[in-house]
Ligand binder design. Structure first.
Ligand SMILES: Nc1ncnc2c1ncn2[C@@H]1O[C@H](COP(=O)(O)OP(=O)(O)O)[C@@H](O)[C@H]1O
Ligand SMILES: [Mg+2]
Length: 248
């Protein structure tokens, strides 16, 4: 079987609120799945559950056949389950390439003390530059993060996620706050992801979702209300009312 991530009957309650309501889904090798839904539908919570930031109220999560429901988030990273955040977590005073080098050294289990000397490690430098080139960030390698555009910061986050060698990549609104003029760069970056990687993408931009996804899952009030191709999405009455309900 090519199933990398398998979620069964996942439930999460915050107080009395059912934020994740019996969600089951699986991602196969190479999958390109978009997770969409109105604000507050529980998309980020689902990613938090998968990544191990929250423990579910019930249900199970398995990664490559291994039950990881009770596993620490850092151990899931080691197995190849990598997320990016809806809110950027970068260090403004470090350069673009510093971030990549740090991630590579962390992946290799080398001490933080090594960080200062990565300039003398050709294998780290080469790999970092290659990862930046994949997202066309290589011209910015030596700029500090505070001096690059917001959209470039979001692309940097994806580059960091990629050097961690993910098998499953969870992207929470990677295009949030990126001007539509830069959207082509995001689409190109997503097109450039390794083919066998399984990707779950949350985004509100329907154009991006259509260009990226082969499968779409719609969450509403914590529950899956639609699963199908991007083409089937527009004609689904439950999806329409979920989005119209947001306005009501
Ligand atoms: N840590 C938390 N404690 C209590 N309620 C939370 C917590 N995290 C999320 N929620 C609630 O869960 C619901 C879903 O939030 P979220 O998963 O962020 O939605 P989405 O990402 O789809 O916009 C919201 O009503 C939110 O207020
Ligand atoms: Mg969210």
């Amino acid at each position: 079987m090519d199933t990398l991530l398998d979620i069964r009957n996942l439930k999460m309650n915050f107080g009395g609120l059912k934020v994740t309501d019996d969600v089951s889904l699986n991602l196969a090798k190479g999958s390109r799945t978009a997770l969409i839904g109105p604000n507050g539908a529980g998309k980020t919570t689902l990613i938090n559950l998968i990544a191990g930031a929250y423990r579910p109220t019930s249900g199970s999560i398995s990664l490559m056949g291994q039950d990881v429901t009770g596993m620490k988030d850092t151990d899931r990273v080691r197995l190849g389950l990598i997320r990016s955040f809806q809110i950027t977590r970068l260090f403004p005073d470090l350069t673009v390439i510093d971030h990549l080098a740090m991630a590579i050294l962390q992946r290799e289990g080398r001490s933080a003390g090594m960080f200062k000397s990565y300039h003398r490690m050709p294998e780290v430098l080469d790999e970092a530059m290659e990862a930046l080139a994949r997202l066309r960030l290589d011209p910015l390698a030596n700029r500090v993060v505070a001096q690059i555009a917001y959209g470039q910061q979001r692309l940097l986050e994806i580059a960091i996620a990629l050097v961690l060698k993910p098998k499953v990549l969870l992207l929470d609104e990677p295009a949030a706050g990126i001007p539509s003029s830069d959207m082509d760069r995001v689409v190109a970056a997503l097109d450039n992801l390794p083919a066998e990687l399984a990707v779950l993408l949350i985004d509100h931009d329907m154009d991006l979702v259509r260009r990226f996804a082969r499968e779409v899952i719609v969450l509403s009030s914590g529950a899956v209300i639609f699963r199908g191709t991007p083409e089937q999405l527009g004609s689904d009455p439950r999806v329409r009312s979920a989005y119209l309900g947001e306005d009501a």
